[in-house]
Design a protein around this ligand. Structure first.
Ligand SMILES: [Zn+2]
Length: 384
């Protein structure tokens, strides 16, 4: 027997208790009588004939308003088990009943909306959740479901509208998420080659959330691709330091490019020194080691990096150290060092570059919305 259905039989158990009590004591309680059809439905259910059971229950509900809650629960159970079509049949029939009170009607509408959403019938789900927005006790829930649908459909315009409504309704600060929706719009404009609208959408996103790192990275790379004012691009990338220092590894490479084009690598070195001193991290250390190498030689760079690595060990840093000392070793040592380096590189291949602080999802690509827990702004670069 399916244990998930056990609780469904609870009304029956209650009824049996009453029945026994009725036979053994007086006076009779004002209890209700379960129709023989209800028992027949349960019988079908126990004999794993759910469709026949549902037929019986659906006929019953027209005559027995008391079993509405049980039907709601049965429908939700079917949905959780992945039997969405059965859940939809139950909830569709519930909604048709004129005897439902407003709360029951709202709950049945919510359940049917969830069924449709689960079945991928997003348009139908959207219509039902929009109806629910009118019911004050379900408004917040309806907004959240709608938001989920618009995100799934990547309809950012509608997502922005609903997110503001939800924010007003619940008092939550959804600005960081709304800024991402504008960034999504910006990226869509960019794919279509509509650069003016791209910049406008990014500007709006930054106004909504001044700490949005994504705006700085997207805008910076966009301007780099257009080869425009490098000083301005440097300022844009350097905003990230104040916005969220965890993302500093993302700006080292583009900043180096800009400073190189401006022939101001000394300023880049100064900036790296400041970053390393303030925040630490392997990305600025590697870039600074490269600067030492360019300005003097491999040996100086090796001395510099190994001193730092003693403080903050890093596999990636060690690979760079080996690279620097390789030419200064005898042939036999070179061969061994090369083997060690190969092993380290293999180890590094298994290391993720980004991790979600909410669910632990990790990978090699930066996602602004976690692919696993669907939260925004929860994934950040890792220091390896
Ligand atoms: Zn996550």
């Amino acid at each position: 027997m399916d244990y998930g259905l056990l609780w469904f039989l609870l009304p029956l158990a209650a009824w049996s208790g009453w029945w026994v009590a009725r036979r053994t004591s007086q006076p009779e309680p004002p209890a209700r009588r379960l129709s023989p059809d209800y028992l027949r439905g349960l019988d079908y259910l126990l004999n794993e004939q759910p469709d026949k059971a549902i037929d019986v229950f659906i006929r019953l509900i027209d005559v027995d308003n008391d079993t509405v809650e049980t039907h709601l629960a049965l429908g939700a159970l079917y949905r959780r088990r992945g039997e969405v079509n059965r859940a939809i049949r139950i909830h569709q029939n519930l909604i048709k009943i004129s005897k439902l009170n407003p709360q029951q009607k709202a709950l049945a509408t919510l359940e049917l909306g969830l069924d449709y959403q689960r079945a991928g019938l997003l348009d139908r789900a959207e219509n039902l959740f929009q109806e629910l927005v009118e019911v004050s006790s379900y408004r917040g829930l309806a907004y959240r479901q709608l938001l989920g649908i618009y995100q799934q459909e990547q309809d950012w315009e509608k997502a922005i509208g609903i997110a503001w409504d939800l924010s007003k309704h619940s008092g939550e600060n959804l600005n960081p998420i709304i800024a991402h929706y504008h960034c999504e719009q910006a990226e869509a404009f960019q794919r279509k080659g509509n650069l003016e609208q791209t910049h406008q959408a990014l500007k709006t996103a930054l106004a909504i959330d001044p700490n949005c790192v994504r705006v700085s990275l997207t805008e910076g790379y966009l301007m780099l691709s257009q080869n425009t004012n490098f000083l301005e691009i440097i300022e844009i990338f350097q905003r990230v330091e104040q916005q969220n220092a965890h993302f500093i590894p993302e700006i080292i490479q583009p900043l180096e490019l800009c400073y190189r084009r401006l022939e101001q690598l000394d300023k880049f070195t100064e900036y790296l020194q400041h970053i390393l001193k303030t925040y630490g991290g392997i990305a600025p250390l590697l870039a600074l080691t490269q600067r030492v190498r360019e300005q003097s030689d491999e040996q100086q760079a090796a001395t510099f990096i190994i001193q730092q690595l003693k403080e903050t060990p890093s596999l990636k840093g060690l690979v760079h150290f080996i690279d620097l000392i390789l030419p200064y070793n005898e042939e036999n040592s070179q061969h061994n060092l090369f083997l060690v380096k190969e092993v380290m590189i293999k180890l590094l291949k298994n290391y993720p570059l980004y991790r979600c602080k909410e669910c632990g999802f990790s990978g090699k690509t930066l996602h602004w919305q976690c692919p696993s827990c669907k939260q925004w702004n929860t994934i950040a670069p890792l220091q390896n």
